[in-house]
Write a protein that binds this ligand. Structure first.
Ligand code: GLY
Ligand code: MN
Ligand code: MN
Length: 492
């Protein structure tokens, strides 16, 4: 009883500390991350070790870095948000030279008062132990002499290193350019871009093979995808919040939209609403495309000065404590769909309804796509826009569903649909200028995207608060926006 009382007191003290800091209290708990490590360990092959690295810091310009974003697998397993860190998970208990047993180790950034004055507080080893709940936490330098003999494991599992500035499809990517420059200034021996191999990893592995360590990426990808595709209750709280915040952004812009707005301003309205609700980031670069711009699937320039009387395709997602939504609405800038816009819109709506109806346990990840595609193809053929299914495909060139979570395109096994998966259903029709159809359809681009929780009782649309039918959209667009009262002085 005494111990319980002490526990309650210490919890209260802990809460008070957070409250004093004025920080949010609804992050994933250390028990969540520990539980995920245990789940991974349980599925790891015998006598294996998994090694995870934190994401690299990226330079934006001169001494300014891009906003740091932790590698989602690393965050999922640790809760650690800082760079320069390594997590090692062992399938079986290990014994150190002092006879202590352990089955995981975390190596983190060292505390450094000078660095922290510039870039903020670091958790350090103590924080990793107290806040993240690791028993075996060390500073990064300790990893250099970790004492772990990787050659004794049957499987050493790790992901490709983050050398993603390399583009193996580009015949002269930045890496080639730098290497060739180094060779031109005689810093290194001759380098020719023909040296490039199809798979950079093969090269990177050469040393590893020589030291007879069996490297295994495929198993680790599968293990992590299998865990992350099913959301735990704690994850669902955060994910639902991210989705609802995004739906609120869509609602507010529906009221605020007018033909004189720029794409940038439309984007700003969504993102302002995200911040109002405490969401830290956008889960991916916001897409706001008026008219023909909506035909570019990942259009992120968002720089058209006036949306005019076009349809505006808005694909945005708030990121809340790491979890990201992915919601698209397409609305007429002037508040009323034209005849052609409505015909296309309603096909996409019907396709989405068919797709959502197919997001049921026992169906497959491809089922919503098959259902939605059938409706889109028939609609396009009926309107005389496409001759047949093959012709229709060009107007719906992307898939219909993906998982969301810590990543907007969250990992998954893409097999059967199961309870507590959250997937998008996002059919679209895009008719760019110059398409082989009546020009009256040109520049019409529609995507409707919702985030669907799969449950024993059928699909639950988490983004349903943002109107979806053409009627409901027109109705909400008639409402007054408080944002209309924000009048700023002209700068020229
Ligand atoms: N926002 C990217 C996607 O819909 O997949
Ligand atoms: Mn999506
Ligand atoms: Mn999207």
């Amino acid at each position: 009883m005494k111990a319980q009382f002490a526990f309650v007191l210490s919890c209260l003290a802990c809460l008070m500390t957070f409250a004093q800091d004025g920080l949010p209290e609804d992050y994933l708990s250390k028990e969540f991350h520990k539980g995920r490590r245990e789940a991974l360990r349980k599925n790891m092959p015998d006598n294996s070790v998994a090694v995870f690295f934190a994401n690299p810091v990226r330079n934006r310009a001169n001494d300014v870095e891009y906003i740091y974003h932790q590698d989602p697998n690393f965050y999922y397993l640790t809760g650690y948000k800082e760079p320069h860190a390594v997590l090692v998970i062992f399938s079986d208990n290990q014994t150190d030279i002092n006879g202590n047993t352990y089955n995981e180790r975390l190596y983190v950034q060292e505390r450094n008062a000078r660095a922290e004055q510039w870039t903020g507080r670091r958790l350090g080893v103590e924080g990793a132990i107290e806040r993240l709940g690791f028993e075996n936490a060390f500073v990064g330098r300790d990893f250099l002499n970790s004492g772990i003999d990787f050659t004794t494991f049957d499987n050493v599992m790790y992901f490709s290193f983050k050398d993603d500035y390399r583009d193996t499809r580009n015949s002269a990517d930045l890496y080639d350019l730098i290497q060739s420059f180094k060779s031109q200034i005689k810093l290194i021996n001759n380098y020719t871009i023909e040296n490039k191999t199809e798979d950079i990893e093969v090269d990177a592995n050469a040393n590893v093979e020589a030291e007879s360590v069996k490297r295994d990426t495929r198993t680790l990808s599968r293990l992590m995808a299998g865990l992350r595709e099913i959301k735990t209750p704690e994850e669902l709280v955060l994910l639902k919040k991210a989705v609802r915040i995004s739906a609120m952004g869509q609602r507010e812009i529906m009221k605020a939209m007018h033909p004189g707005m720029s794409e940038t301003e439309v984007q700003g309205v969504h993102e302002y609403i995200y911040k109002k609700y405490g969401s830290e980031y956008e889960g991916y670069p916001s897409i706001v495309g008026a008219g023909n711009n909506g035909c570019v699937l990942h259009y992120i320039e968002n720089n058209k000065m006036k949306v005019e009387n076009d349809l505006v395709l808005m694909d945005l997602g708030a990121e809340y404590h790491g979890y990201t939504a992915d919601v698209t609405r397409t609305i007429p800038a002037n508040g009323k769909f034209s005849k052609e816009q409505k015909l296309i819109y309603d096909i996409v709506y019907e396709a989405q309804e068919a797709g959502i109806a197919a997001t049921v346990i026992g169906n497959y990840m491809q089922s919503p796509d098959a259902a939605a595609r059938q409706v889109v193809y028939k609609g396009l053929i009926d309107l005389g826009i496409a001759k047949d299914d093959t012709d229709a495909r060009q107007y719906f060139p992307h898939g219909t569903s993906h998982h969301i979570g810590l990543d907007v395109h969250d990992p998954g096994l893409y097999g059967m649909l199961e309870a507590n998966m959250v997937i998008t259903v996002e059919p679209g029709i895009y008719i760019p200028e110059g398409s082989d159809c009546d020009p009256k359809w040109y520049g019409i681009a529609v995507r409707i995207e919702d985030d669907i929780l799969i449950t024993e009782n059928g699909p639950v649309n988490l983004s349903a608060e943002a109107p979806r039918t053409s009627r409901d959209i027109e109705k909400l667009m008639k409402e007054k926006s408080v944002l209309g009262q924000l009048k700023l002085p002209k700068l020229d």
